[in-house]
Structures are given as C-alpha cells and as structure tokens.
Design a protein around this ligand. Structure first.
Ligand code: FES
Length: 79
C-alpha cells in the first residue's frame, strides 16, 4: 500500500486509485475554501470542473486525474 502525506500526516492508501479517491476514503471531502471562505470539494470527478485542485508534490493538480504514488505530498487549502 502506498503512503500518502496529507498536510504533514501520513496515511496508507489503496494502490491504483486517484489522489481524490484516497482523500475521500480518508473522509476528506472538503479540500479547500473558496475566496469567500466556503468549503469546496470535488464535483465532477472526471477532470472538468477543477474543484479538486490541490498542491501535489509542489504542483497544482486536478486530484481526480492523478494516481497515488508512494510518498506523494498533498497540501489541503493550498490553492
Ligand atoms: S473533480 Fe472535477 S476536475 Fe476533479
């Protein structure tokens, strides 16, 4: 099982799933806040809406399109 680091905490997650799926499996449905402070999370799950975008290994990524790799670093609320 790969390990995913989310905001400084390490979690073991299923292999072969997206970063978004891994986060949701961990109960992390809120990914960030909008500019007005509202909670935001994934909408489409297929790379269209950009609502799942987060910093992954230092780059902004659509997490529904990125497969988990060992020791990935994910930052919530880092738009
Ligand atoms: S959930 Fe819409 S782009 Fe990822």
């Amino acid at each position: 099982m790969p390990e995913l680091n989310v905001g400084g905490k390490t979690f073991q997650v299923k292999e072969g799933i997206t970063v978004l799926a891994a986060l949701q499996n961990l109960g992390m449905w809120k990914l960030r806040n909008s500019v007005s402070g509202e909670a935001r999370g994934a909408l489409c799950g297929m790379g269209v809406c950009y609502e799942c975008r987060l910093q992954v290994d230092g780059k902004t990524e659509k997490t529904c399109q990125v497969i988990v790799q060992q020791n990935m670093q994910v930052m919530l609320n880092a738009d």
